[in-house]
Design a protein around this ligand. Structure first.
Ligand SMILES: [Fe+2]
Length: 557
């Protein structure tokens, strides 16, 4: 059976994936191909890439599945919430909601677009409830037989958070907390208050939080007790005479790009703290209700690596799996497997071994791109050794190898790498390459074998989705990847899974005694991560990187 899953809501993160007999073959977000960040348009390029990779004609697909229910459900929820006073009855809200509904209905949720582009297909089409798609994406790829499954995001059509019980390849619904009682909404509203882009820049708030201090009480906006949380959505939405309820209580909103004074740092601290408490409560409730010791998580809120690290270290759970594409791009993965649940069926339960699910480019294709730009490049005998030498000499390297990652993190296939021992490296990479905010931490990639030596927890963290305190004595050894609160968001690299990247880090370790590199995504600020060799070359020459190691080739400036 060949199934295609896609995410298309016109809100953000369109994507597609393809699976054969339950084996995930390929997945890519539309933004990586279209080069428009968080592209919300119909994922036509992503679908074409899936079909091409699998060598499948559109008429050979058995199922095409959307990670959203039939158009109309979101609109109905909005209207119901307006009538109940949970969502402001403004002209703009009604108009936007109606416009989205009309557009999605006209496209039949995207299926009409598919046939317009690819012609008629014998494939069955399927709308999959949004949180079910997230839940499948977390459970089916976890490899756990029995697990509590927790989905937390901004919103589905009607869902905000949901709990499921995964057992023997089946997924039983336990409960749903309806929108707008939403952790994603809570975080997004404060992200906006802090002068960042909601539903996009939540990372920045999480990175800023450790610079703040406790003291601000957000109890009016969110509360959590031992078994759940409550978000006061009407108050979060409230705006009188142009002043939001948040600004009324905490002072004027921060102007984007302006200085960040201490009061905003303290708000970031309080927001992160409240979110962690709520996530902890939800996971605790899920474990109790399912009587399980394992947890699988997905939904955009599950990208909160700080909270995830605390959940893992809490002693509440034996095993944790956070699906690396936890945001909406990842619902494609769940949607594609939904047909397996039909007629009492079971999910394929094939654990995700890595997130390298995207396109790959051969040395010939790389050569072609280098020739087009008339670049002088040399072919390396040992890519890992040369790159390790460059890194040990303080160079900033663009590293482009193998299949592109699926999900927001670069995991050593489309990465910018540097020496984590240099306390100035954070600033150097920020100024020369990323042009991003000074307070956002960079993350380390380390040999899995070295993780216990450097970290207090999260020894198995292949997807950079959990944070861990760095051991006290190692903080000064890898200062540029240790955050101000002493934590790091590590990627632990396993030799069997990623031999080339493992070798590189190992070679760096042989030269420096530190088997850890600084790894940040290969992109410029505000742009998607590079996909093709051409993207890589352009980004390399638009930044202060010293060298580009692309396939077997080295390009220097
Ligand atoms: Fe979602």
């Amino acid at each position: 059976m060949i199934t295609l899953g896609f995410n298309y809501s016109q809100m953000h993160d369109s994507s597609a994936c393809i699976a054969r007999d339950g084996e995930l073959l390929f997945a890519v977000a539309e933004e990586r191909i279209s080069r428009m960040k968080q592209d919300a348009r119909f994922p036509k390029h992503a679908i074409a890439a899936c079909l091409e990779f699998a060598g499948v004609r559109p008429d050979e697909l058995d199922f095409i599945c959307s990670g959203w229910p039939m158009p109309g459900k979101t609109f109905a929820t909005d209207m119901k919430c307006i009538l109940r006073g949970q969502y402001p009855a403004t002209y703009l809200n009604v108009l936007n909601s109606a416009r989205l509904f009309a557009s999605m209905a006209h496209q039949n949720g995207g299926f009409r677009r598919f046939t317009d582009i690819y012609g008629p297909t014998r494939a069955k089409t399927r709308f999959v409830d949004h949180h079910l798609a997230h839940a499948i994406s977390a459970y089916s790829y976890s490899g756990f037989d029995d697990a509590a499954v927790v989905v937390m995001d901004g919103r589905g059509a009607w869902e905000a958070s949901s709990i499921w019980h995964g057992r023997d390849g089946r997924l039983d619904h336990v409960l749903t907390i309806p929108w707008p009682n939403s952790l994603g909404l809570f975080y997004a509203q404060f992200t906006q208050y802090l002068g960042f882009v909601p539903n996009s820049d939540e990372w920045k708030v999480m990175g800023l939080a450790p610079y703040g201090k406790p003291g601000i009480n957000l109890g009016e906006f969110i509360s959590a007790n031992h078994e759940s949380y409550v978000v006061n959505a009407p108050l979060l939405f409230e705006r009188k005479n142009g002043v939001s309820a948040i600004a009324k209580r905490l002072g004027p909103e921060r102007t984007p790009e302006s200085e960040i004074d201490d009061s905003f740092k303290d708000v970031a601290f309080a927001v992160q703290d409240a979110c962690e408490a709520a996530m902890m409560a939800l996971v605790k409730m899920a474990l109790q209700k399912t009587n399980s010791r394992n947890v699988c998580m997905a939904g955009g809120v599950a990208l909160n690596s700080k909270a995830n690290g605390k959940i893992q270290a809490s002693g509440m759970v034996d095993k944790i799996f956070v699906q690396p594409a936890a945001a909406d791009d990842g619902v494609a993965l769940g949607a594609a497997l939904a047909p397996y649940l039909d007629n009492g069926g079971r999910l394929p339960m094939k654990p995700m071994r890595n997130a390298y699910l995207g396109p790959e480019y051969s040395n010939e294709e790389i050569e072609k791109a280098l020739r087009t730009y008339k670049l002088r490049a040399c072919k390396l005998d040992n890519v890992a050794v040369t790159t390790a030498e460059f890194l040990a000499n303080g160079k900033i390297i663009g590293w482009f190898q193998g299949r592109m990652e699926f999900g927001p993190r670069a995991l050593g296939h489309r990465s910018i790498l540097a020496d984590p021992r240099d306390p100035e490296m954070n600033a150097k990479v920020n100024n020369a390459v990323k042009f991003r905010e000074w307070w956002r931490p960079f993350a380390p990639s380390m040999l899995k074998e070295a993780a216990p030596e450097y970290l207090e927890s999260a020894f198995d963290s292949p997807y950079m989705i959990l944070t861990s305190p760095v051991r006290q004595e190692k903080r000064a050894v890898i200062p540029s990847v240790t955050h101000v609160d002493g934590s790091a968001r590590p990627q632990t690299v396993e030799k069997e899974i990623e031999p080339l990247y493992w070798n590189l880090i190992n070679e760096f370790g042989k030269r420096t005694g530190v088997p850890v590199v600084m790894n940040t995504s290969f992109n410029l600020r505000g742009e998607p991560i590079v996909n093709t060799p051409t993207d890589a070359v352009r980004t390399f020459f638009s930044s202060g990187m010293d060298a580009l190691v692309i396939g077997s080739y080295l390009v220097e400036k």
